[in-house]
Design a protein around this ligand. Structure first.
Ligand SMILES: NC(=O)c1ccc[n+]([C@@H]2O[C@H](COP(=O)([O-])OP(=O)(O)OC[C@H]3O[C@@H](n4cnc5c(N)ncnc54)[C@H](OP(=O)(O)O)[C@@H]3O)[C@@H](O)[C@H]2O)c1
Length: 225
């Protein structure tokens, strides 16, 4: 049995990951901003729910205090936002800053607080759910300036974490979940949250230290930075 910590676990891809790990008998530490409203999450067996807003230092500190020295085998930075407007013509600068706080700085805040828990874990994996839209080498979309740049930034953060903790045996990667039918992805997206979570889980399970600091998508294909 592994211990998996997931941020933004109350809906979308995070909820689906929580469901799958829990149904396989793993222990899921499911983090969300509003546990009292997380009805679907709380209905899952084998899931322990924690309050966590990844932009709030006090919230991250409280999570660390709750966890203490508990080993975390896999830490999944899943929480993310994608706010409009964010085009060249029309940009909400406050929302762009908020996007960075959640998508780029949030994962760092969580890893910084929980690094000893990951070091104490067996798998020692840190996974950040990023996006192909953050791939500078593969820009296929001209809008979403705030979201795309926030994901490029978290890719860099993840690469630095991979370098920094390689000697501790920690594997850190960003993963693209594909375009997924969630509140963020919308109903017209390519795959379901179930398919995405199944793929992500397989990729995460197979990750080796040689792959740390590289960028993959949900089916295992490697992506350019
Ligand atoms: N869906 C796609 O097509 C797609 C494609 C590429 C990458 N991704 C990435 O995949 C991840 C999950 O996306 P999704 O599609 O599942 O999105 P979603 O359905 O919109 O869910 C986003 C999750 O993030 C949480 N969250 C937002 N701000 C937070 C904060 N400050 N602290 C803690 N949690 C916060 C939300 O909590 P609340 O319920 O409290 O708002 C929710 O649980 C994101 O990182 C996203 O960028 C998604």
């Amino acid at each position: 049995m592994k211990t998996i910590l997931i941020t933004g676990a109350n809906r979308g891809i995070g909820l689906e990951l929580a469901r799958r790990y829990a149904s396989d008998g793993d222990k899921v530490l499911a983090c969300c901003r509003n546990p009292q409203e997380a009805t679907d999450l709380k209905a899952l067996e084998g899931v322990k729910v924690f309050q966590l807003d990844v932009t709030d230092g006090a919230s991250v500190k409280a999570l660390k205090a709750d966890l203490g020295d508990m080993p975390v085998d896999i830490l999944i930075n899943n929480a993310g936002i994608n706010l409009e407007p964010q085009s060249f013509e029309e940009m909400d600068f406050d929302k762009w800053e908020e996007t960075f706080r959640v998508n780029s700085i949030g994962p760092f805040r969580v890893v910084q607080a929980l690094i000893d828990n990951v070091k104490a874990g067996k798998d020692k994996k840190i996974v950040t759910i990023s996006s192909k839209m953050g791939s500078v080498g593969n820009v296929y979309y001209g809008g979403a300036i705030a979201y795309s740049s926030s994901k490029s930034a978290v890719n860099m953060v993840t690469k630095i974490l991979a370098n920094r903790f390689r000697d501790d045996g920690i594997i850190a990667v960003p993963l693209h979940p594909e375009w997924v039918r969630t509140d963020m992805g919308g109903p017209g997206a390519r795959i379901s949250a179930e398919e995405s979570a199944a793929g992500l889980r397989k990729v995460i399970a197979g990750l080796t230290l040689a792959e740390s600091g590289r960028f993959f998508q949900y089916d295992g294909e490697e992506l350019p930075w």
